[in-house]
Structure formats: C-alpha cells, structure tokens
Design a protein around this ligand. Sequence first.
Ligand code: CA
Length: 225
Amino acid sequence: MRILIVEDEVHLAEALSQLLKKNHYSVDVVNDGHAGLDYALSGIYDLLLLDIMLPGMDGMTLLKAIRAEGFAAPVIMLTAKGEVTDKISGLDHGADDYIAKPFNTDELLARMRAALRRKGEVVPEDGLRFGNIELNTSTLRLSCQGKELKLILKESELLELLITRRSAVTSKEQMIEKLWGFDSEAEHNNVEVYVSFLRKKLAFLDASVRINTIRGVGYVLEATE
Ligand code: CA
C-alpha cells in the first residue's frame, strides 16, 4: 500500500510518515498543493491524506481537481479542530472521511483501513490469497498449506502488487513506481533481485504459485496445480 501525505506542517507530516512506515505502508510526503496534485495524479497511490490549508493550492481545490481527473483512491482530509464547514465541503467534493488535528494515531490507522476497505482494496489485516498461498501484508507472513515464513517489506509489497493485479502483466516500471515511488532512482535490477528472492521463498514453501517472466513486458503470477 502506498500512501501520499499532503501536509505543509513539516513536523506533523514527518511524524505521520514515520507512523505509517512503522505500520508497513510505503509513504511519500509533499508540503504544498501543486506538488500534491502532481504526485496524486501519478496513479501510484492507494490512499491520500490531505491537509486543507496548504500553500500553492488548497486541499479542497486539489481534491476537486483530482476527482475530476478520475483519481479513485480514498482521500482522508486532515482538518483543524472545529472546521465543521470544511468537513462538510470535503465530503461533498469527494473526500471519503476526515480526521481533526490533533488526532489519535490508532484512530487515524483505523479510519485508513476503513476507507481502503470501502473502496474494495485489500486491508492489511486480511490475508491476500492466490493459488495455495496466503500473504498477510500486516505481519509480512507468507503461508502455504501449514508452512510459513516472513518476508521483508519490499518482497511483501511486490507480491501484494502481483496478487492484486491477478492475471494482468506488471511491468518493471510499474513495480518501481509502486515500491520506490515514481521519482526514485531504483533500477530494473532492484526489481529482479526481489523477484528472485520471492521465487526462492515460494519454492521453499512448495507453493503452487510461480512468478512468470514475460520477456520485454514484465511479470505475472500463475497458479499451477
Ligand atoms: Ca496546513
């Protein structure tokens, strides 16, 4: 799961980023509205945490703009205490939820899971299934018919991406954007390394799931029985 935080209070944004990373989310932070718009429209985010009062472009304008462009992922507005009209306006313009600052971190995480669940995304508490494997993206545990091992975060994110795309081929570029962010320096061989780790772990578990290479295109999961 990749989350975008658009928040101009740098300390708050950083604290939020640390909290989400500790909970196994990938996170990007931007501190102004125009950058927020560019990042959000990259299409790599599963959820957006959006402040309202922002330099450049305010959160409400940003929200309207991304919804008009077809941004479908959930948006949770971060509001200052008591901004009731902002809350109503945000919900009217396509926000999924709001949370008042200063907020309780457990409540924020719960609201994020609820927003992701409503959008039909797979919430981290649930296991993702494909063939005879089950991946828990919250504990990073990959299990197969009674055997189990722990993945590292990037392996879990990569497998999660492949599972959620089902039979669609995923390119290395898509993997890099999802795992490292679209402005990262990660290269194709970073992806190849994690794919090879995952293949070894799937073999170790005797999984009936293979990561197939589609030459020149990318990777796709296959369940073989
Ligand atoms: Ca602000």
